[in-house]
Design a protein around this ligand. Structure first.
Ligand SMILES: Nc1nc2c(c(=O)[nH]1)N[C@H]1C(S)=C(S)[C@@H](COP(=O)(O)OP(=O)(O)OC[C@H]3O[C@@H](n4cnc5c(=O)[nH]c(N)nc54)[C@H](O)[C@@H]3O)O[C@H]1N2
Ligand SMILES: Nc1nc2c(c(=O)[nH]1)N[C@H]1C(S)=C(S)[C@@H](COP(=O)(O)OP(=O)(O)OC[C@H]3O[C@@H](n4cnc5c(=O)[nH]c(N)nc54)[C@H](O)[C@@H]3O)O[C@H]1N2
Ligand code: SF4
Ligand SMILES: [Mo]
Length: 751
């Protein structure tokens, strides 16, 4: 049966279920579409037979859902819908993906290459030809290579452009590469789970949500965090009677759908988890056979958590002992079909690897790793690398720059930036920087460090589709065409079974924009490493790769997605087999000798974190279902759904400060940093009295963003205090406190 044509039973969040001629179900508990003419039209619109459909995968976030872009005879993209054969997105796009065409139509897009220049003493950009811009980049890069070495050119990237540029950098000899999706996102979780189970969680998370009986979300707000198939699986799980336990100081969408909402005091999650371990062990509720067979260090853990009773945790977390016991029993009752979700954006308080360890250990005690309804064993298919000469071996790179953090497994963006600041003991000088597909002024905290680093650089290039804030720092700006206008690398998804998807241009690039693969080749040729780019069109690369994978571009143009059968064995543990985990011991390490040997706590320990001083509130932030970070704020379709963020304020605080919903306020943080723009108050019980909350990604400063400029507050601006995770270098960002100003602090200053 065609899944897209059926009436959905979903009562949770509706993902746009737009089949050909299909109509999205509307009886949604939470209407994420709101009143939006563009999306309403889409829902009603039938796809005319004359429309051409082109296979693509979405770039509005990093889930990479496979889709069809429909274009009419005039070559206009009329709609984008999920590819129904894509199990990775269950055939549907989220509201952001549906609105993705706005990335293409946005008239504020970058249109030509730009070069920094000075006119009448003022710095500005002038339009340049591709030839001139690329020549300038190559000559500046050459100067750095000659005087310092290729290693001194750094790349900070994110999303699809990253892979093409990584290839360029490795071709000319630099491995000084980082992305915010590590030290500002999921790095600590990967280290925490790896030191317990021997493997990263990875993306997408191999959480068997569709078959779970109990899903525990600890500061993970699926539903606002719109990672597509997880939202759909969670919706199914709720329909199937699964219990949801949400630990969040805020009544998130997920919390509102939960049987148990634990409104924890911020920064105390490790205490809660230690007391859960205490209950599971003291009451004998853990999976004894599993722990005995696969676990290492259980006796040490048992001894360690003896003292952490629910009564102890109550004093720290404000969660009642009864509630702690009750929820531990619910989890144990559901086990092994229970998931303590690893979360994703986990750089909170600096002890984040240890918090991730606590989550991993709970999963270990409950026996959920490798079990139905817990975590499945994922599988993907390798895309063969297009032949090229061997890469150079740089003398140093991201690893050396981040060596202070022994378990860092990717570049640490903030350390790469720090390497640009000259000092006597800086052995790894970064002199030039390329930034692509990441708006680092909004995604990397500590603006002071960022500005100091950028100031010290000899040269900076930004590649983006939009005139985002980060472009304002560049010497050269290169306009990339959007994902709907280009070929890109093959998407290989890691799921219950492998699948691939292709991205084929639905339309030709607007303005004078170009794909990054082309820019990489052009720069490579100018730097004398043209032999790494042995093709005229990236299409040739994909054609070759698809052939190697037993298909062809012609076939993929027709189907968009190809699913492959599993080869690695069953999804879950075979109970008769003695499975070896990939840790050093081959076991699930409740006690980590690796951490101990490095001088870290071998088992998670609760440490208290600073609390807001009098008159200050903890700055909390998160996602909205219709936006992705800062990248969609100006998207005409998605801006129409939500054009600014609001400041969630508890009624008690509103009473004390005499604040009303809709009132404009400014924020000042503990380091005296004042928000450039104002934000409207939203008085709501959904946030605790000790915190305020806002959606990340607003408060854009570039005037060229006609819809987003000046709308709302940029949370990152107020995140000046960072708690660095000593194990892997993640930048904990949730220890910042703000005070609320009702008078415009910039009244007499020009912004
Ligand atoms: N304060 C705060 N900071 C955060 C977070 C937070 O919640 N709060 N979240 C953190 C997390 S979890 C992450 S993963 C990171 C994400 O951080 P980023 O990856 O920096 O996210 P975006 O802000 O979406 O920036 C993406 C940039 O890529 C551009 N872009 C979009 N499509 C294309 C394309 O096809 N080609 C090119 N060349 N550019 C494109 C967009 O215009 C935008 O400038 O941020 C982290 N930082
Ligand atoms: N719509 C949409 N979806 C997205 C994205 C997007 O930009 N837009 N980005 C994607 C990416 S890259 C990521 S990494 C994920 C991030 O999404 P998640 O990993 O799900 O969430 P976080 O942003 O870490 O956490 C936000 C939640 O943590 C709660 N919280 C704050 N402090 C504490 C605390 O001390 N303890 C507890 N228990 N909870 C706390 C907040 O109230 C909020 O509900 O979202 C992904 N999905
Ligand atoms: S989850 Fe939404 S925004 Fe992300 S790739 Fe899928 S459809 Fe696009
Ligand atoms: Mo992220």
């Amino acid at each position: 049966m065609n899944k897209l044509m059926t009436t959905s039973r979903r009562k949770f969040i509706k993902i746009s279920a737009l089949g050909i001629g299909g109509v999205a179900a509307t009886a949604s508990a939470i209407n994420v579409f709101g009143a939006n003419s563009y999306l309403d039209d889409l829902v009603k619109q039938k796809v005319s037979k004359e429309f051409k459909r082109t296979a693509t995968y979405c770039e509005v976030c990093f889930w990479k859902c496979a889709a069809w872009a429909y274009t009419n005879e005039e070559g206009e993209i009329k709609k984008i819908i999920g590819n129904e054969d894509d199990t990775h997105c269950e055939g549907r796009l989220c509201p952001r993906g549906t609105g993705g065409v706005g990335m293409y139509t946005d008239e504020d897009r970058l249109k030509t290459p730009l070069i920094r220049t000075t006119v009448n003493g003022e710095e500005t950009f002038r339009k340049a030809s591709w030839e001139e811009a690329l020549d300038l980049i190559a000559s500046k890069f050459k100067t750095v290579i000659d005087s310092h070495g290729a290693e001194s050119i750094a790349l900070i990237k994110h999303g699809a452009p990253g892979a093409h540029l990584e290839h360029l950098f490795q071709a000319f000899g630099s491995d000084t590469i980082a992305e915010p999706a590590y030290a500002q996102c999921r790095g600590p979780r990967e280290t925490g789970f790896k030191s317990t189970f021997g493997t990263w969680v990875g993306s997408p998370e191999p959480t068997d949500i569709r078959d779970t009986k109990c899903l525990v979300l600890i500061g993970s707000h699926i539903g606002e965090n719109m990672h597509n198939s997880q939202v759909q699986e969670m919706s199914d799980a709720i329909d199937n009677g699964a219990t949801i336990i949400t630990v969040d100081p805020r009544l998130s969408t997920a919390a509102s759908k939960s049987k148990h909402w634990l409104a924890i005091k911020p920064a105390t999650d490790i205490a809660l988890m230690l007391s859960w371990m205490n209950v599971l062990i003291e009451e004998g509720l853990y999976d004894k056979a599993y722990v005995e067979k696969y676990g290492l260090g259980f006796d040490e853990l048992k001894e360690h958590v003896k003292q952490f009773t629910p009564e102890w945790a109550y004093g720290i977390t404000t969660i009642k002992p009864d509630e702690i016991r009750k929820t531990a029993r619910v989890m144990a009752h559901a086990a092994p079909s229970v998931i303590i979700h690893p979360g994703r954006h986990v750089v909170w308080y600096g002890d984040d690897t240890q918090r991730a360890r606590a989550m991993a250990i709970l999963n270990g005690l409950l026996g959920s790793w490798g079990r139905r309804g817990g975590f499945y064993f994922k599988e993907s298919i390798k895309v063969p690398k297009f032949p090229h000469p061997e890469y150079h071996h740089p003398k140093w790179g991201w690893k050396e720059i981040g060596a202070k953090y022994p378990l860092a497994e990717m570049g640490i963006t903030s350390e790469v930036l720090r390497a640009a600041i000259p000092s006597e003991d800086n052995k790894y000088p970064v002199k030039a920087l390329m930034v692509a597909g990441t708006n680092i002024t909004k995604s990397i905290p500590d603006r002071k460090l960022l500005e100091e680093a950028i100031e010290a650089l000899d040269f900076m290039v930004v590649i983006d589709t939009m005139p985002m804030d980060v472009t304002g720092y560049a010497d050269v700006v290169l306009p990339e065409c959007t994902y709907l206008e280009r070929y890109d690398g093959i998407r290989s998804a890691t799921n219950r079974h492998p699948s691939i998807a292709v991205r084929i241009p639905a339309v030709t690039p607007k303005y004078d924009s170009k794909p990054v693969w082309w820019m990489a080749k052009q720069i490579g040729e100018r730097l004398g490493v043209g032999e790494y780019f042995n093709y005229n069109d990236f299409k040739e690369v994909i054609e070759w790769q698809l052939k190697e994978m037993g298909t062809s571009l012609e076939e993929m143009e027709k189907i968009g997605v190809k699913n492959y059968p599993r080869k690695s064995g069953p999804l879950y543990l075979n109970e008769n087999e003695n499975y070896q985990f990939t840790t050093a011991s081959g076991k699930i390490e409740f006690y980590s000798h690796e951490l101990k040997n490095l001088g870290f706590d071998p088992m998670p320990v609760y440490t208290s974190h600073p609390e807001p001083p009098q008159g200050f509130y903890r700055l909390n932030y998160g996602r909205a279902p219709m936006h992705t970070f800062s990248r969609t704020a100006n998207n005409p379709n998605l801006n129409d759904l939500m054009d600014e963020n609001k400041l969630w304020v508890n009624p008690k605080v509103a009473r004390i400060l005499n604040l009303k919903s809709g009132q404009e306020v400014w924020l000042r943080n503990q380091d005296d940093i004042t928000s450039t723009f104002s934000i409207k108050v939203r008085v709501t019980e959904r946030v605790r009295w000790d915190s305020v909350y806002m959606v990340h990604g607003f408060g854009h400063q570039n005037k060229k963003l006609s819809r987003a400029n000046g709308k709302g507050i940029n949370d990152t601006q107020l995140i000046s205090k960072i708690a660095v995770d000593p194990i892997m270098g993640g930048t904990g960002m949730r220890g910042n406190f703000v005070t609320i100003l009702t008078e415009n602090p910039h009244k007499n200053t020009e912004i």
